[in-house]
Design a protein around this ligand. Structure first.
Ligand code: F6P
Length: 344
């Protein structure tokens, strides 16, 4: 009897998911495995919703953003009957192993399941937010970073021509990685991230100082999760998703209004939103996704379950799934302080 492997992608989509799916399948086919695509993350296992996943299904998907399997933010631990279904369907579909590709939520579920009825799971870390512990980088981050950097590059011309403050709000949830690195790469004058609360006076003083120096414009890169020293994160809505996450957004608008009021400089805001998650993966993300996928298939061959593939320096390693999800990887002060050199 053949060895049957299910693959699912959960959480927010990002560029690089398809290269992983392709690599797991291509490497696994060489080992004689059979694959089943589980549609829409954990929801597909709750509903036994699958699609064929063979060499033909993964042909041509390397440069495609998103995920051919679809995704959702379904948490099977929310309802007892869903969890029961996941376990039943794993058996019913005749799965011998599962590759779960996702961020902290999807891998959190995978980690729990390995101790709770489905031990044969291998995890692959994805997220544009780059906030997963135990891996130096997640794929998706590099592509999002390049998009955000290019947007900052483009905002420079209007900032300079109109002598404006241009605020650009960048994704990343509770971690400031995308705003930090896009800010550095794009030459933002001020970078504001959740890890270091925003001092409005300091921001306004910088804008005024730059003006006195003849720099009549300022580009501010701000993470969606950034907040004022005395304030809270700004929420798009009060509703929580099934993993208890809030939807962030709106801090850019508030900051731009405050800066304009305080400095008298005309200010505008651009919210990058899901543009950052779209489009074709960069070469870096295609290669990282491919290396992760090949390693995941190798872990299955070695029966190293309950593990997640990870990047350590230039090497692909494997770590316990539980390590990846125990805490968020945040930006440290040493790195953040680099942005201060360019406050001008
Ligand atoms: O985790 C990836 C991410 O894009 C975050 O940066 C952002 O806060 C969130 O997902 C947005 O989620 P949704 O796609 O559900 O609006």
């Amino acid at each position: 009897m053949g060895f049957k492997v299910g693959i699912l992608t959960g959480g927010g989509d990002c560029p690089g998911l398809n290269p992983v799916i392709r690599a797991v399948v291509r490497k696994g086919l060489l080992e004689g495995y059979e694959f089943v695509g589980i549609k829409n993350g954990w929801k597909g296992l709750v509903q036994a919703d699958t699609m064929p996943l063979d060499a033909k299904a993964v042909a041509g998907i390397l440069p495609r953003g998103g995920t051919i399997l679809g995704t959702s933010r379904t948490n099977p631990y929310k309802k007892e009957e869903d969890l029961k279904k996941v376990k039943e369907n794993f058996k019913k579909l005749g799965l011998d192993a599962l590759v779960a590709i996702g961020g902290e939520d999807t891998l959190g579920v995978a980690s729990k399941l390995t101790k709770d009825g489905i031990p044969n799971i291998v995890g692959v870390p994805k997220t544009i937010d780059n906030d997963l512990s135990a891996t130096d980088y997640t794929f998706g981050f590099g592509t999002a970073l390049n998009i955000a950097m290019e947007c900052i590059d483009r905002l420079h011309t209007t900032a300079e021509s109109h002598h404006r403050v241009m605020v650009v709000e960048i994704m990343g949830r509770h971690a400031g990685w995308i705003a930090l690195e896009a800010g550095i790469a794009g030459g933002a004058d001020i970078v504001l991230i959740p890890e270091f609360p925003v001092d409005l006076k300091e921001v306004c003083d910088t804008v005024k100082r730059r003006k006195q120096q003849g720099k009549n414009y300022t580009i501010i890169a701000i993470s969606e999760g950034a907040h004022f020293k005395e304030g809270q994160m700004v929420l798009q809505e009060q509703k929580l998703d099934s993993f208890g996450h809030v939807r962030l957004g709106g801090i850019g608008e508030i900051l731009a209004a405050e800066v304009e009021k305080e400095t008298g400089c005309e200010s505008r805001v651009t919210v990058l939103g899901h543009i950052q998650r779209g489009g074709t993966p960069t070469a870096f993300d295609r290669i990282l996704g491919t290396r992760f996928g090949v390693k995941a298939a190798e872990l299955i061959k070695l029966k190293k379950f309950g593990r997640m593939v990870a990047l350590a320096g230039t090497k692909i390693i494997d770590v316990p799934l539980a390590d990846a999800v125990k805490e968020l990887k945040l930006v440290d002060k040493e790195l953040y302080d680099i942005t201060k050199v360019f406050n001008g």
